[in-house]
Ligand binder design. Structure first.
Ligand code: NAD
Ligand code: 6OD
Length: 485
């Protein structure tokens, strides 16, 4: 496989960086790309290009502006195989997941926000006034301005476009930095932007890292109007400090320590399959993944045994093999982090029901970042492995007796992103889902997404909601106009 050169896209032109860094395929350790790290001057140039492009882009009639978003979606689909190969080369994720989730959602995000921007109503009120007449109040929305987008490595194209699409749809211009771990599909999107004739400067891609690199150059830039970020909670905290001097708005989608509650009246097979998917999908590298499973006591032992079987049925294969159901973690560095939690769990007293280490294959996968799907039981709720996000294919299962206890256990966390409730009693399903202190609660399903709904979390899981009209709150600034009639 040829080694790609991934360059920066600034003011409509591709540019080398000040240095390059290597991108390795986590499935086999092979070099897939040399990535051009942008300098501070290049980030400054990208911000200047975005500022210069902003007035014309914001002034475009919404149908013309959103035509570009439909063209970007069409471009992703036209080059589907290129995006698929790039995403898999960067992440090692199975072709089944990348072809059904990552790449299709890249196109879907652009189409969803183009549609939302075209069909938005305007908030207005007719106000009775003391003189017996009326006034008209309406909220006139303008773009926030030049938006900094910083995205993570777990669902690279999905999460990159989840932020770029609404930013562009509502008339903003963008300076975007994908994760240094997964730079390829963002660069392909820049190629598509050039192919469809997106006006120069509207969409800029700069590569690099966080501290003292493109990430920090964006968040500390005085002419950036706001930051939308997806990544670790600790990074979110750092970015908040970076934007504080300018009191810039932030939209954060951060970490999670999500719970699944399985009641004894659940459809047992559906709950086992659904929980297994929510724990092990994408090698556990989805912020919405379940890491804490609570099962009502009468079915606890049976559920543990059944989930163990599901974990041991996973096929830890080569990404392009359609039989593969779990690929490697995204990097050896991340595998070391997950392994540290596997060791810690044993120290904290966990029973390892299955997994707990590194598989051996006797082939090139041994150079990859593969890890065994792991299930723990027996940890106290105070354990670090119960409180801290692992972000790998691992969960802890504990029993509960009453609904009230289950709700208390699930909510006993500083995170607040997602939860899943498995019960055939839908009155209970609604009640328990509403009691979850999270941004997203699924009942008898997981990661089922309607892009019009509010997405995000509270506490350590983030600030704000994006999705549908909820994205307006970050990507536009309303002026309330009051006209005396
Ligand atoms: N809530 C969500 O929707 C969601 C989605 C995906 C991932 N995540 C979270 O992201 C984490 C995994 O992704 P990750 O490891 O890429 O996260 P990360 O925070 O390490 O990095 C995310 C991005 O931030 C950049 N960055 C790092 N430090 C920075 C700094 N000081 N200033 C500016 N930019 C900086 C990185 O280069 C990268 O592009 C997990 O915690 C996961 O839960 C959350
Ligand atoms: N933001 C979304 C998913 C986030 C996944 C976290 O890893 C989405 O589905 O829109």
């Amino acid at each position: 496989m040829s080694v790609k050169s991934l360059r920066n896209f600034i003011g409509g032109r591709f540019e080398d960086g000040i240095r390059t860094f290597d991108k390795l395929n986590p499935a086999n350790g092979e070099l897939v790309a040399r990535v051009h790290e942008a300098s501070r001057d290049q980030v400054n140039a990208a911000v200047a290009a975005a500022r210069q492009a902003l007035p014309a882009w914001a002034a475009l009639p919404v149908n013309q502006r959103t035509d570009y978003l439909y063209a970007l979606a069409d471009g992703i689909e036209r080059r589907f195989d290129d995006f698929l190969a790039a995403e898999i080369g960067d992440t090692g994720k199975p072709v089944g997941w990348a072809s059904q989730i990552d790449i299709p959602r890249g196109a879907a995000n652009f189409r969803a926000f183009a549609e939302i921007a075209r069909t938005l109503d305007m908030e207005s009120f007719m106000t009775d006034t003391p003189d017996g007449r009326q006034a008209l109040n309406y909220a006139y929305r303008k773009p926030l301005g030049v938006v900094g987008v910083i995205s993570p490595w777990n669902l690279p194209l999905l999460l990159f476009t989840w932020k770029v699409a609404p930013a562009l749809a509502f008339g903003n211009t963008v300076v975007a930095k994908p994760s240094e771990v997964t730079p390829s599909t963002a660069t392909l999107l820049a190629e598509v932007a050039a192919e469809v004739g997106l006006p120069a400067g509207v969409f800029n891609v700069v590569h690099g890292f966080g501290p003292n690199s493109a990430g920090e150059f964006i968040t500390t830039h005085p002419d950036i109007d706001g930051i939308t970020f997806t990544g670790e909670s600790a990074t979110g905290s750092t970015i908040m400090k970076a934007v504080a001097p300018g009191v810039k708005p932030v939209s954060f989608e951060l970490g999670g320590k999500n719970a699944a509650l399985v009641f004894e009246d659940a459809d047992f097979d559906a709950a086992v399959a659904g929980v297994a998917r929510s724990v092990f999908a994408n090698c556990g590298q989805v912020c919405l993944c379940t890491e804490r499973v609570y099962v009502q006591r009468p079915i606890y032992d049976r559920f543990v045994a059944a989930l163990k079987l599901e974990a041991e049925k996973l096929v830890l294969g080569r990404p392009m093999d359609s039989a593969t159901t779990m690929g490697p973690l995204v990097s050896h560095e991340h595998r070391e982090k997950v392994l540290s939690y596997l060791r810690l769990a044993v120290e904290e007293g966990a029973t390892v029901v299955t997994g707990g280490g590194v598989p051996t294959f006797g082939d090139e996968r041994d150079q990859g970042a593969y890890i065994q799907p792991t299930i723990w039981t027996g940890l106290p709720e105070t354990a670090r492995c119960i409180k801290e996000e692992v972000f790998g294919p691992v969960c802890h299962i504990a029993p509960f007796d009453t609904e009230e206890e289950a709700i208390r256990l699930a909510n006993d966390t500083h995170y607040g992103l997602a939860a899943a409730v498995w019960t055939t009693n839908l009155t209970r399903g609604h009640r328990v889902a509403q009691a979850m202190q999270v941004g997203l609660a699924w009942v008898n399903c997981w990661f089922l997404r309607d892009l019009r709904t509010p997405f995000g979390g509270s506490g350590l899981s983030g600030i704000g909601r994006e999705g549908g009209r909820h994205s307006l709150h970050f990507y536009t600034e309303p002026t309330n106009v009051c006209v005396k009639l």
